[in-house]
Design a protein around this ligand. Structure first.
Ligand code: UT7
Length: 339
């Protein structure tokens, strides 16, 4: 990518969506064959019925490359036109290089800058903010933000507290520059982080704190560990706070929101938040029943399916909100203008 600030003012606009999910469907009944759980417990506590698992030889970049190709095809864009590829992920192929560099190479985005964002399930919102900033500063024109997760590869499949929750997917959105006078694109962002709760959702080993070679560790130390109750309390609080602060900053009323697409972690968290915010359930799109928590892929995957269901139409004012490891949170309000 090469970009210079030329004084042109413009807005970032989301023009295309796409996703790739693995073929293998794992139901709650399947999970109950592996750990001490039931379909009744999982569904009533989380709202999840099934999730997708990558194959044993698949990683996040494999799903991401296929999703990226779908998004570029929808937009009719050559990969060489991409200025930046941003991959929010909590389950990258490796500690480094960034998964985004591997995907850029795979799809032929040879002129793109490529980097990952590590903000847990909030990664897609952080990535949208980054892409918007690049475009609106004049440094980039075409930015692909693509959440990519192979979470089941870093989940302890013997830990019933976590293994029933997570699934694999890649999903994202293409952002392009539009003239500033068009009332479209991203109206604002509210982003935050509170590292005091960082260890409530952590993969302990494999980094510089507990290097892989200084093991052997229990297998669980290399997997997602979560203090579910603390994360639950945090999530219900920040979802409401973040959306409220953003609406206030934009001087908007909640009734102006046509569609809310929240991070898909737990139906009880979503239900609590929308009732506090005063958003009716028919304005909220959820699909965690079929995919579980796919972290940074969950919001764009839900946006895509909302569009397929006729709930995300051009001009719609859409509120996106996420929370996750870090602990982080973020929300944005955008007008969806695909053309
Ligand atoms: O994307 C961001 C990251 N994650 C989240 O947003 C997750 C936030 N947290 C949650 O969604 C919920 O806390 C969970 C779904 C993880 C857990 O639900 P909970 O209602 O908070 O359950 P709990 O942790 O309080 O556990 C209640 C009981 C425990 O048994 P005891 O100690 O009361 O005897 C658990 O051992 O449920 C037990 N339990 C299970 N039972 C059957 C935990 N997992 C399971 C399971 N099947 N899969």
């Amino acid at each position: 990518m090469i970009g210079v600030r030329n004084g042109a003012r413009r807005r970032a606009r989301l023009v295309a969506l796409g996703a790739e999910v693995p073929e293998r469907v794992v139901t709650n009944a399947d999970m109950a064959k592996v750990v001490d759980t039931t379909d009744e417990w999982i569904y009533s506590r989380t709202g999840i019925k099934e999730r997708r698992f990558v194959a044993d030889d698949e990683a996040a970049s494999d799903l991401a490359a296929r999703a990226a190709e779908k998004i570029l095809t929808e937009a009719g864009m050559d990969p060489l036109e991409l200025d930046t590829l941003i991959i929010p992920t909590a389950s990258p192929d490796h500690l480094f290089p960034a998964t985004a560099t591997l995907v850029a190479d795979r799809i032929g985005a040879h002129r793109a800058a490529a980097f990952d964002i590590l903000a847990g399930c909030t990664g897609f919102i952080y990535g949208l903010a980054q892409g918007t900033a690049l475009i609106e500063s004049g440094l980039a024109s075409n930015v692909l933000v693509l959440g990519a997760e192979a979470l089941t590869r870093i989940t302890d499949q013997t830990d019933r507290r976590t293994c029933v929750l997570f699934g694999d997917a890649a999903a994202g959105a293409l952002l392009v520059g539009a003239p500033e006078d068009e009332v479209t694109g991203f109206l604002g962002f509210e982003l935050g982080a509170d590292g005091s709760g960082g260890l409530d959702l952590v993969v302990p080993a494999g980094g510089s704190r507990m290097p892989a070679q200084s093991g052997p560790y229990e297998p669980a130390q290399s997997c997602i560990q979560m203090n579910g109750r603390e994360v639950f309390k945090f999530a219900t609080r920040v979802m409401v706070d973040s959306c409220t602060k953003l609406l206030e900053a934009l001087e908007m009323h909640v009734d102006e929101i046509d569609l809310l697409v929240p991070h898909q972690a737990n139906q009880r968290i979503i239900d609590h938040a929308i009732s506090r915010l005063g958003i009716p359930p028919e304005k909220v799109f959820n699909n965690l029943e079929r995919y579980g928590n796919t972290s940074s892929a969950s919001i764009p995957l839900a946006m895509l399916e909302a569009r397929e269901a006729g709930l995300l139409a051009p001009g719609d004012v859409t509120l996106l909100v996420g929370f996750g490891a870090g602990l982080t949170w973020g929300s944005t309000i955008m007008r969806y203008e695909p053309t």
